[in-house]
Design a binder for this molecule. Structure first.
Ligand code: LLP
Length: 414
């Protein structure tokens, strides 16, 4: 996080002491830097400069209304994957007309609602889906704007669970099928071809797979021109990796310059999620207990896999800092684990860190796919979310109450 610094032996986000936020809201708590989110978004916009573009923030990365609202004010469009995300965008003051609808299985209801809200386009995943969209549009007497999601068959070299652009993945259609779907759409009175789409995966740290995918998309664009189909936009999806540890990753400006060089004057849409919010968030947690045996030491913290699933699900690395920076390197190694009853409930394993019971730890780079993947597993209320702006803090989502855990459930009284 660029907006994290050390002052008087304690960590600050922007001009606020993390300890103060812990005191005000308790732990665990998600904390975001408004400046960092803003700066990350503007990097995309500034890199495109005058070149026609639309940045569609991928809502699934972090769908908090305050974040959607902030980005919408900066001119963002949105990449959505469910009617729930569309409703969030609208509730946050975002423009449905700037939404692209991705996702492999759009329901009849979702298509209907999206048409009513006149979204920018459906990124179509299959022939059956295209036919369903056409059917719903016909029922409503409108033309549905569509892009075909092409699977370019390139290896994004990322975690297999988040790689989407290879033949073996469930996403999109191959180039031949894409052409046949475009021919079908061209002849339909209820479909309007607006673009082409591809998304090859997430947390990609080298821009070569992106450039390979772009080349394949551009070949298709040429073929489409030959058959009289001219597109309004090319959507290259999201997927730009961030730095979690010391890894090198894609430079946004370099990548966008490569796009600008290759694509003519056609509008480019990007769907970044992680690269806008990932490094803008930390999860603050407290060390409840330290427990050691001759083999291992465990620091048991009050955040668990229900609060941050990434380590358990992908073995993902998140840097962990003691908020009290006066603690000197001790050489002690801990498994940092949560209270959930599973061995898979860990935040970090075998991590060298100096800590004591009662210390506050900042789990870094959790702004993306942190809160949005939380659950109530083990009947644990979800943590609150707090936005920091300079020296102010705003509660942007309340901590769930114990009542929230079961107030939609019913006992059968018979
Ligand atoms: N567009 C589409 C169609 C997507 O499927 C995704 C992410 C994005 C855009 C945004 O990608 P980003 O810029 O955030 O990489 N839960 C996983 C990540 C799953 C990504 C799913 N799709 C994680 O925690 O790493």
């Amino acid at each position: 996080m660029d907006n994290l610094h050390n002052q008087n032996n304690t960590l600050f986000i922007e001009s606020l002491s993390i300890k103060e936020i812990g005191k005000a809201y308790g732990t665990p708590v998600y904390i975001y830097s408004q400046k960092e989110i803003t700066d990350n978004f503007l990097r995309f916009q500034n890199a495109f400069s005058e070149y026609p573009n639309l940045i569609c923030y991928s809502v699934k990365a972090n769908s908090n209304l305050a974040i959607i609202n902030l980005l919408s004010k900066l001119g963002s469009g949105f990449d959505i994957v469910s009617i729930g995300e569309l409703e969030r965008v609208i509730a946050a003051g975002g423009d449905p007309k700037l939404c692209v609808f991705s996702g492999v299985a759009k329901t009849h209801f979702e298509i209907e609602k999206s048409l009513e809200h006149e979204i920018l386009c459906f990124n179509v995943e299959s022939k059956s889906e295209l036919e369903r969209i056409e059917f719903v549009a016909k029922q409503k007497g409108v033309k549905a704007p569509i892009s075909i999601r092409v699977n370019p068959d390139v290896d994004a070299k990322t975690h297999p669970y988040i790689s989407t652009g290879m033949k073996k993945n469930k996403f999109g259609v191959d180039a031949d099928e894409a052409i046949s779907l475009y021919r079908y759409a061209k002849n339909s009175s209820f479909l309007e071809i607006v673009g082409i789409d591809c998304h090859i995966g997430s947390q990609i740290t080298d821009d070569n797979p992106f450039v390979d995918a772009l080349d394949k998309v551009l070949e298709l664009v040429e073929e489409l021109i030959q058959i009289g189909i001219n597109l309004k936009h090319i959507d290259l999806g999201g997927g730009i990796g961030i730095q979690y540890d010391n890894e090198s990753t894609i430079d946004i400006e370099t990548y966008i310059n490569k796009i600008k060089e290759k694509v003519g004057n056609i509008e480019v849409i990007l769907e970044p999620g992680r690269s806008i919010v990932g490094n803008a968030g930390v999860l603050l947690t407290k060390v409840e207990y330290i427990k050691s045996n001759p083999e291992k030491s465990f620091a048991i913290v009050d955040a668990a896999m229900n609060d941050l699933l990434r380590p358990a699900l992908y073995d993902a690395y998140h840097e962990i800092l003691n908020v009290d920076t006066s603690k000197k390197e001790s050489g002690d190694r801990y498994d940092i684990v949560g209270p959930v009853c599973e061995t898979g409930d860990f935040i970090a394993r075998d991590r060298e860190i100096s800590l004591e019971e009662g210390d506050l730890l900042a789990i870094m780079s959790v702004g993306a796919y942190g809160y949005s993947m939380t659950s109530n597993y083990n009947s644990r209320p979800r943590p609150p979310e707090v936005m920091v702006s300079e020296n102010k803090h705003y509660l942007v989502r309340e901590r769930e109450t114990l009542d929230d855990l079961f107030n939609k459930e019913h006992i059968i009284n018979e």
